[in-house]
Structures are given as C-alpha cells and as structure tokens.
Ligand binder design. Sequence first.
Ligand code: SF4
Length: 349
Amino acid sequence: MRAVRLEVVSYFLLVSETTLKKILLAAPRGYCAGVDRAVDAVEKALDLYGPPIYVRKEIVHNRYVVETLSERGAIFVEETDQVPEGARVVFSAHGVSPAVHEEAAKRKLLTIDATCPLVTKVHKEAVRFAKADYDIVLVGHEGHEEVEGTYGEAPDHIQIVGTPDEVDKVQVRDPEKIVWLSQTTLSVDETKETVDRLRERFPDLNNPPSDDICYATQNRQEAVKTIAPNADVMIVVGSANSSNSVRLVEVALDAGAGAAYRIDKAVELDPAWVENAETVGLTSGASVPEILVRDVITKLQELGFPEVEEVRTKTETITFALPRNLRGELAAQGEDAKGKRQPGPDHTC
Ligand code: SF4
C-alpha cells in the first residue's frame, strides 16, 4: 500500500514538473515597420520588374531573409560598382551616405531607397546640426552600415563613440556647441551611460530633438526586461550581424536571465542549454520573420516545454509606406500602392 502511495506521489510530482516548464514569449518581437517595408520593397520590385533586382548590402540583417530573397532573384552586392550600369538597385533599410547616391547616379542606376524613415530622420538631424556648425557625437558602432551612412552626411562634424569609455577621446571646438545623436538599434541603458559620461565632460551637451533609438528597439528591449528576471534561459532569434538582436542578449543578461543565447534558427538551439530550465524566455530581433520563431517554439516543445505564454508589454501599430518611386510605378501598373499597408511579420515565409 505504501509503495502504491509513493508511486502516486511521484506521478503528481512528475506532472507538476512538466506543467511548470514553459516558454515566455516576448511581444513585441520580430519585424519592425522599417524592416517590413524594406523586405516588401524588394519583393514588390521582383514582382513588378522581374529578376534580377540588385540590393546593396543585406536588405536587413537576417540570413534567412537574404537567402530567401536570393532564391527569388535578388542579387546582393557590397557596393554599387558591382551593379551593372543602368540596372535597378535597392538601398537597404540601414541607409546610405550621400556619396553612395552620387555614385549610383554616375552609373545611371535605377534606385529604390528602402532606408527606414527613422534612420532618415537621424540623417536629417546630422545635416541640420552640421549646417549650424555643431560638433556631433554619434553614439554607435563603427563599421555598422547605419553609422557609416549617417557619418557620411557630415564627416567633418561627426565623431563616432562606441562605448562609455570612448567618451574620453572626444575633442570639440566649442563645448557649448555640441550635440549627441545615435544609431537606432543600441541598448537604451548603455547609451544612457555613454551620454551621462559625455554630459560630465560637456555640461552644455544638446540632446537629439527626439529619441534616435527607435520605437521598435526600445519596445523589444522592454519586453525582454520584463521576461528575463523569470527566465532560466533566454533565447534570442536573430543573426550575428543584427545589432538589435545582439543587444537583446545583453539586455536579457543585465535584466537577470540565468543565461542568454542568440541563434539564427531552431537547429542551432543546443538542448543542453535548456535541460535544467523550467522557464525559457523567447524573443526575436527586428529583422526576424515569425516563421523562425515558430520553428524554435516547435523545437522547445519537443524538448519538454509544452506551454507558451505570451508576455505583451506594448502593441505596435506603426507602418511605413513603400518608397515613393516604387509606389508610383505600382500605381501606374494599376496596383493599389496607396492603401495602408499592414505590418507583415510573415514576409518571406
Ligand atoms: S529597427 Fe527601427 S530604425 Fe531599424 S528598420 Fe526597424 S524601425 Fe527602422
């Protein structure tokens, strides 16, 4: 009798352990409005003109998106001189410097500029402050395409600062005429640290007219901060060159996740990472299509995490219209290019 009771007790323990294992799914996650628009621009261009459509740099920093669009006839190049003269080229969501526009015009390329409007906003700020002869500190990662593009708007006025420690190297002509701007996909907290250090050195430092770190970056970080303290392990889906995805791993660790890993796709998830976990947090960077997240959920379920609880911290409704010239040509073909586009996380699925 005693043995039977013990068996029953262990059965209940087993059931309660199983039901405890769950996935906390961050929302918002994945595609932002700028990525959605950029991927849509390449897809619409392929439909409208047929392949090949050249794309300068990765349209967005996601390997799956690039591979899928390549299969459909997009050709990704590093620079415009790799595009045949007179051919059609799409500029990526990260933006380009004026020199790239000039080079494309010289080669008579037909351009579709898929620069995210929120990156364009930072370019305009750089131009405006440079015209007013300010020294501009651009907080961002040197070598990142977005930073290269913004820097190219006013190279004589901009200094790039990557970390709080790099603040010491900043030199200005007039400490009362200095402003900071930033890359759109940085860690909100680390940027604040950098700006605090800047302000210690330059008390009259001016702020950007509005936040440069974009709504999508902030919202994804906020969702991760909410989940991370309750997650034994946090999984971030996103590519290694995706700034905002890499930041989500750092944010998760800072916010208390037991461990955090970035993967491009489900097959990269090592079962050993979650072997002893009860709760796994899951999110994805702003350039990640939802299909990749669904694959990870399936894999986690196979590994014993049956329950999925979505933790929503914000609802996003922002959408951006397609690039103007593409819209015009779509309309000329009788396509409804004016209708409000809905966010489409399932692009390229
Ligand atoms: S992450 Fe932000 S700035 Fe970058 S494409 Fe998305 S909305 Fe635009």
